[in-house]
Design a protein around this ligand. Structure first.
Ligand SMILES: Cc1cc2nc3c(=O)[nH]c(=O)nc-3n(C[C@H](O)[C@H](O)[C@H](O)COP(=O)(O)OP(=O)(O)OC[C@H]3O[C@@H](n4cnc5c(N)ncnc54)[C@H](O)[C@@H]3O)c2cc1C
Length: 469
């Protein structure tokens, strides 16, 4: 074989790829990394970070209203979408520069271009250059899924374009019931857009605790968001030229006339045209690259991490997988990412934080399940007059007293659940919560004072129930 150009070549400069490249280089590997769009990847450029900035922007509307109850007179606030997008773009550009600079500091060689596989040990760059590489890491992430067969789909946008709209739409239909759909619904609603969520299921946030999915719809409806559940889009038509409204026809026969339609129906692993077949890398029926627990693909010299493997599509997970790969393969210190007790947030308004087993999951695999729940108006809402509430729910194994899951909806739920995740890892019991001194006055103290099994005790006679196939 020809002299290798790199010990490791990383395809994709997103969360996972950048971490893997930096750590592998720190172990002495000669590392090259290709990025076809912008270093930083989905999370930094058109995912978590810009999303959260828009969430912050959208929450000011309620803050201004709340302020009046506390004696402030802020006049009539106005909002300028182009200013927000320009500020967001400046911050994203700053972060992008930091990502590239950190790679350079680590002595990785950056290729700002597309790369594809030619074989198990060869990579081709868009410039035509062919590199010989000992190992390749595929970290190409995912792309928004669009229903290409839908008539008129070309009139719709995905989250990619939502971050760069020239103007704030007066109305939008958001198709999907996952966390990205709900986050954008909250963003647009907060900024004054009339939002309709169109979802084929009868409830949103599949796989979340049912109290969360029920309560978020109630809260959104109270904010004026409309829901078309159990609805399918049949076609989209643009009326009256390029600037005209889009008319969406639903399977109910209802017509929805809106300025924008956004699809948030899932993400597809980014493998199109990557040369996987040429190299012998296998994928599953969802196009995700099949890997083992050490992120090894079907080809011994090729590894894959992050969203392209469709394990748990979150930034911290991609980062851990990348770090574990680099330590294992180049640092002689093998370890694996741990997928237990991964905290999740939905940056909807109200916010959701969740970790561990849902009530539904717990009932399936534990003989006795105790549910503790609090649902209260926040202290802040008393003077502001808003209807802001907080829901807190603990799912407890009634036999061992161990807390199996925590599900929160309300201000800062995401921040709280990050810490609760650590407690769950260490096997915290309900008694531990009871014995911890509450911090007063706070919302979090309610978690320490869930004295009675407020909701119910669910008991099965057959303790093996749910463990059976
Ligand atoms: C709107 C939105 C909001 C999100 N919010 C959150 C959140 O709040 N919290 C959270 O944890 N996660 C969130 N995510 C998910 C998170 O962004 C991903 O899980 C994470 O970015 C995955 O990292 P990755 O390294 O696998 O891939 P990515 O970050 O997607 O990086 C892949 C990179 O590879 C590049 N690439 C692809 N093909 C090639 C090629 N052939 N050659 C060169 N480069 C290539 C792409 O341009 C991209 O930059 C969000 C995602 C979206 C879309």
């Amino acid at each position: 074989m020809a002299q290798e150009d790199f010990d490791l070549f990383v395809i994709g400069g997103g969360s996972g790829g950048v971490r893997a490249a930096r750590i592998a280089a720190s172990h002495g590997a000669r590392v090259g990394i290709a990025e076809e769009y912008r270093f930083g990847g989905t999370c930094v450029i058109r995912g978590c970070v810009p999303k959260k900035l828009l969430v912050y922007a959208s929450r000011f509307a309620a803050d201004f209203e709340d302020a009046a109850g506390y004696g402030w007179n802020v006049g009539k606030p106005t909002f300028d979408w182009p200013s927000l997008i320009a500020a967001k773009d400046r911050e994203i550009a700053r972060l992008e520069r930091i990502y590239a600079a950190n790679l350079q500091k680590a002595d990785a060689t950056l290729f700002p271009e597309r790369a594809t596989l030619l074989g198990p040990n060869q990579v081709k760059l868009a410039s035509g250059r062919i590199l010989n590489v000992a190992k390749t890491l595929i970290a190409t992430g995912g792309t928004p899924t669009l229903p290409h067969e839908l008539p008129g789909v070309e009139h719709a946008i995905s989250s990619n374009e939502a971050f760069d709209l020239k103007a704030l739409p007066r109305s939008i239909a958001i198709v999907g019931g996952g966390y990205i759909a709900l986050e954008f619904a909250g963003i647009f609603a907060g900024l004054g857009t009339q939002v309709t969520v169109v979802h084929r299921g009868d409830h949103v946030l599949r796989n979340f605790d049912s109290d969360l999915s029920r309560r978020i719809v109630e809260a959104y409806r109270a904010r004026g968001v409309r829901f078309e559940l159990e609805s399918l889009l049949l076609k989209l038509e643009r009326r009256g030229g390029a600037a005209g409204p889009i008319v969406a026809t639903l399977n109910s026969g209802n017509l929805l006339e809106v300025e924008q339609v956004m699809f948030a129906i899932g993400r597809t692993p980014n493998v199109a045209g990557l040369g996987l077949e040429r190299a012998g890398v296998t994928t599953d029926r969802n196009d995700a690259i099949i890997v083992d627990e050490l992120s090894r693909t079907s080809v011994p010299s090729i590894y894959a991490i992050g969203d392209v493997t469709n394990r748990l599509n979150l930034t911290p997970v991609a980062i851990r997988e990348g770090h574990a790969f680099a330590d294992t393969v180049f640092g002689e210190a093998p370890w694996q990412a741990d997928y237990e007790h991964v905290p999740k947030a939905v940056f909807s308004t109200p916010e959701i934080g969740t970790v561990g087993l849902t009530e539904e999951d717990a009932v399936r695999c534990h003989a006795v399940v105790d549910i503790y729940r609090a649902d209260f108006r926040t202290l802040k809402a008393t003077l502001s007059g808003s209807n802001e509430r907080m829901m807190m729910k603990l799912v407890v194994d009634g036999s061992s007293d161990r807390v199996l899951g925590a599900h929160l909806l309300g201000p800062d739920a995401g921040e709280l659940v990050q810490v609760i995740a650590t407690l769950l890892r260490t096997g915290v019991t309900k008694r531990d919560f009871d014995q911890t001194m509450p911090l007063h006055p706070s919302s979090a103290e309610e978690l320490m004072t869930l004295r009675t099994r407020s909701a119910r005790r669910i008991q099965h006679h057959d303790p093996l129930r749910g463990l059976m196939p």
